[in-house]
Write a protein that binds this ligand. Structure first.
Ligand code: NAD
Ligand code: UDP
Length: 327
């Protein structure tokens, strides 16, 4: 089985590559390294059945593969708003290029979509049948609308050309290898806490999110890809909902210290509540998350502790060689 993972050097992509290799697949990891890092997949480079390709999904590519996981797109608000036009292109042209490839080589293709297609939802929790409440002209629109058009393209290729598609609507996912400075709330809180800084709460911290540990998410992606005939979107996320304020408490508990909080303005169009209805994933994939937030945070804190330690070691100047003492 030859599997292409676009965005494979990113946070979720690197875990997915690892699992695919463990299953015996030949993995082609494609990335333009905008938010991904070579370090995320460095430990995979010695595997004979792992290839790393620098490529941008906005450009066409031909590779003979059996499956495609299309994850290439910056996922954090800071990064996807950095160059919004590029974000739209990565989503739309990336989807077209991967669908064209899938059609040409007869591959099954899975799109990493997002809970952002529901925007600031007026239905709670969000089932796949909900059409969403998205601002088409706001700062988040390049991502939200880009992902919505990608879904449209996937469904159109399926209806028109019988392309064998899968659509995963991924809800907030966290874990080791998140980028340290991409501004997402879990990595932000952990890094701030480990550095002894104040935790930045946007708004009053009463907005909610549901946090899925990356191993659970990857298991869901693999199951969706393997499921026969499931062309409709499937929500993948953890249905346990937390306010952002509660998340700050959980991070403080994991690190074992009281945290000082600082309140900052809520970004425009920040969704007030989010929680997946995962009935479809339960029924179609027999999938549900197994990792509770406390356990996932332990693992993520351990990862960032080590990463910050390595960063410090790298930036600490070598001690001057001791003078040789006479005698
Ligand atoms: P990430 O930023 O760590 O990974 C994205 C990867 O795509 C990076 O390696 C980046 O360099 C690469 N990339 C970006 N634009 C590209 C382009 N034009 N061509 C080639 N490569 C490109 O983010 P992530 O959290 O691992 O997200 C992976 C996918 O899952 C994304 O599509 C994202 O929208 C989706 N998703 C993630 C979450 C989450 O909470 N992590 C939630 C919903 C959806
Ligand atoms: N958030 C916060 N402090 C931070 C970063 C984020 O309070 O330092 C909030 C943000 O406003 C949002 C939630 O946490 O309500 C989740 O933000 P994130 O960027 O992780 O994901 P998304 O908004 O895309 O779900």
């Amino acid at each position: 089985m030859r599997v292409l993972v676009t965005g494979g050097a990113g946070f979720i992509g690197s875990h997915l590559c690892e699992r695919l290799l463990a299953q015996g697949a030949h993995v082609i990891c494609l990335d333009n390294f905008f938010t991904g890092r070579r370090e995320n997949v460095e430990h995979l480079l010695d595997f004979q059945n792992f290839e790393l390709v620098r490529h941008d999904v906005t450009e066409p590519i031909f590779i003979d593969v059996d499956q495609i996981y299309n994850l290439a797109c910056p996922a954090s608000p800071i990064h996807y708003q950095y160059n919004p036009v590029k974000t739209v292109k990565s989503n739309v042209m990336g989807a077209i290029n991967m669908l064209v490839l899938a059609k040409r080589v007869g591959a099954r293709v899975l799109q990493a979509s997002t809970s952002e297609v529901y925007g600031d939802p007026t239905v709670h929790p969000q089932p796949e049948g909900y059409w969403g409440n998205v601002n088409p002209i706001g700062p988040r629109s390049c991502y939200d609308e880009g992902k919505r058009v990608a879904e449209t393209l996937f469904m159109d290729y399926h209806r028109e050309d019988k392309t064998d598609i899968r659509i995963a609507r991924i809800f907030n996912t966290y874990g080791p290898r998140m980028a340290e400075a991409d501004g997402r709330v879990v990595s932000n809180f952990i890094v701030q806490a480990l550095r002894g800084q104040e935790l930045t709460i946007f708004g009053e911290g009463q907005q909610t999110r549901s946090f899925c540990y990356v191993d659970d998410l990857v298991e869901g992606l693999l199951r969706l890809m393997a499921a026969e005939g499931r062309h409709q979107p499937v929500n993948l996320g953890n249905p346990v909902e937390f306010t952002i304020r509660q998340l700050a408490d959980e991070v403080a508990r994991t690190i074992g210290r009281e945290m000082r909080l600082v309140y900052q303005p809520l970004p425009q169009d920040d969704p007030t509540q989010r929680k997946p209805d995962i009935s479809r994933a339960r029924e179609w994939l027999e999938w549900e998350p197994a990792v509770q937030l406390a356990e996932g945070l332990e693992k993520t804190v351990a990862y960032f502790r080590e990463r910050l330690r390595l960063d410090r070691a790298r930036h600490t100047p070598e001690p001057a060689p001791r003078e040789l003492s006479a005698g």
